[in-house]
Design a protein around this ligand. Structure first.
Ligand code: PLP
Length: 406
C-alpha cells in the first residue's frame, strides 16, 4: 500500500471543513464484514439508516442515499425536478454555490445567478462572498417573474468556502411572499448534523447533503431529502435521469433495499453515526459546534485578523474563514503549517484563493484538538512575520475554560 502514514508521530490534525475526522467508533463499524445487500439482514440496516436520517434532516418524507460524493447529490436534485432549458434562480454565496451554478449550465438549464454586488472595502474580496443569501433579492426577482418560469430557487445553507450560513426560513418566506410556485432546493452538505437544519419546518423541497462533514463519515455517500411537491415535480421533469431517479430508489427503500449495490460498509458507519448523534440529541450537537466556533473566532479576533464572514448573525458553526493580511499568501502559510506541524487547514477556493484559509470545527474534535489547531496557526502566523495583536491561543483557552462543563 502507498505510504500514507508518513507522519513522524502522533495523529495528523485534519482541521479542514470536511472530510472531518472520523471517530474510532465509526471506523470500527465500517470495518465489519460486508454482507449480502439482497440478503435478509440488509433490509433492517437499510430501514434503520433511512429512518435515522429522517430525524437528522427533520423530515417525515423520503431521504434518498446515493453511493456518490455531494456533487452527485447536487446533480440528482437538479435532474429529478427540471426539464431542459428550465430557469433556476441561484445565489452566489461562494465557491460551492458557483460550482452548483456551473453544473446547472452543463445540464442544459438556464440558471440566473444573483449576488450582492460590489467589492468589500476592508478585504478587497467580493461582498457576496462575505454575506449570506439576501432573501429580499430573491423575493424581488420572483415577484418580477409573473409568468412563473423559474422552476426552482437553489441556495447553499452553509457555504463551506467562506464560513457563512444562510437563513433558509427567510428564503422560504421570500418565496411565499412572492406567491411563487418555485421549488426550494438547499445544499446543506456541510451544515447537516452540525448546524440547525429543518427540512419540513422550513418548507424545503430538496435538501442535498453528504457524509463527510457533520455525519463524521468518510466521503462516499450523499443524500437528497425530498418533499411531496418535489416528488410530484419529478414525475413530469424531462431531463434524462436513470441512476439518480428518485422513484425506483424510494420504491425499493420501502423494504430497506436499493435497486443497485449500495455502499454497505459506509452504511454501517452511517448507522453508528446516527446512534452517536441521536444519543446526544441534535440540540447538544448544534450547541457544541456553536461553542467551538465561538472559541475559534475569539482566537482570530485576538490575533487582529479579519473573519471572512462579515455578518455576525450568519457566522458558520462549522468552520471559520480567516482573511490573511495583504501581502501574506494564505496558501504559502497553510503549506508551511502543514509541513512544520502536521496540521491541515482548508484552502481559499475560487475568488478567494490565496487570500484566506479555513479552520474546520466539526467532526471528531474537542476543545483540545481545536486548541492544538489554533496553536499551529498562531505559530505559523508568527513564522510568517504576521503581526498579531494578542495570543489567540490564550484567548481561546480562556474561552473554552470559562464555558467548559464538568
Ligand atoms: N457543496 C458544499 C457546500 C460543499 O462543501 C461541497 C464539498 O465540500 C460540495 C458541495 C461538493 O461535495 P463533494 O466534494 O462531496 O462532491
Amino acid at each position: 500500500m502507498i505510504a500514507l502514514n508518513n507522519h513522524a508521530s502522533g495523529r495528523h490534525f485534519l482541521q479542514i471543513p470536511g472530510p472531518s475526522p472520523v471517530p474510532d467508533r465509526i471506523l470500527r463499524a465500517i470495518s465489519m464484514p460486508t454482507i449480502d445487500h439482497r440478503g435478509p439482514e440488509f433490509g433492517a440496516l437499510g430501514t434503520q439508516v433511512i429512518t435515522g436520517l429522517q430525524r437528522i434532516f427533520q423530515t417525515q418524507h423520503p431521504v434518498v442515499i446515493y453511493p456518490a460524493s455531494g456533487t452527485g447529490a447536487w446533480e440528482a436534485a437538479l435532474v429529478n425536478i427540471a426539464s431542459p432549458g428550465d430557469a433556476v434562480l441561484m445565489y452566489e454565496t461562494g465557491h460551492f454555490a458557483s460550482l452548483w451554478q456551473k453544473m446547472a449550465v452543463r445540464l442544459g438549464l438556464a440558471p440566473e445567478f444573483l449576488a450582492l454586488p460590489g467589492i468589500d472595502s476592508i478585504t478587497g474580496l467580493p461582498r457576496s462572498w462575505r454575506h449570506g443569501v439576501q432573501a429580499d433579492m430573491i423575493e424581488k426577482r420572483l415577484k418580477e417573474d409573473t409568468l412563473h418560469t423559474i422552476k426552482a430557487v437553489c441556495v447553499v445553507h452553509n457555504e463551506t468556502s467562506t464560513g457563512v450560513t444562510s437563513d433558509i426560513a427567510a428564503v422560504r418566506r421570500a418565496i411565499d411572499a412572492a406567491k411563487h410556485p418555485a421549488l426550494l432546493m438547499v445544499d446543506t452538505i456541510s451544515g447537516l448534523a452540525s448546524a440547525d437544519y429543518r427540512h419540513d419546518e422550513w418548507g424545503v423541497d430538496v435538501t442535498i447533503s453528504g457524509s463527510q462533514k457533520g455525519l463524521m463519515l468518510p466521503p462516499g455517500i450523499s443524500f437528497n431529502a425530498v418533499s411531496p411537491k418535489a416528488l410530484e415535480a419529478s414525475k413530469t421533469a424531462k431531463l434524462p435521469k436513470a441512476f439518480w431517479a428518485w422513484d425506483e430508489i424510494i420504491e425499493m427503500n420501502r423494504t430497506g433495499y436499493w435497486p443497485y449495490t449500495p455502499n454497505t460498509n459506509l452504511l454501517y458507519g452511517l448507522s453508528e453515526a446516527l446512534d452517536m448523534l441521536l444519543e446526544q440529541g441534535l440540540a447538544t450537537v448544534f450547541a457544541r459546534h456553536q461553542r467551538w466556533a465561538q472559541g475559534v473566532r475569539a482566537a482570530v479576533q485576538a490575533w487582529g485578523l479579519e473573519i471572512q464572514c462579515a455578518d455576525e448573525s450568519v457566522y458558520s458553526p462549522v468552520l471559520t474563514g480567516i482573511v490573511t493580511p495583504q501581502g501574506i499568501d494564505a496558501d504559502a502559510l497553510r503549506k508551511s503549517i502543514h509541513g512544520r506541524f502536521d496540521l491541515s487547514l482548508g484552502a481559499g477556493l475560487g475568488k478567494v484563493k490565496g487570500r484566506m484559509f479555513r479552520i474546520g470545527h466539526l467532526g471528531d474534535c474537542n476543545d483540545l484538538t481545536l486548541l492544538a489547531a489554533i496553536s499551529g496557526v498562531e505559530m505559523g502566523l508568527k513564522l510568517a512575520n504576521v503581526p498579531l495583536a494578542e495570543s489567540g491561543v490564550v484567548t481561546a483557552m480562556e474561552y473554552f475554560a470559562a464555558t467548559s462543563r464538568v
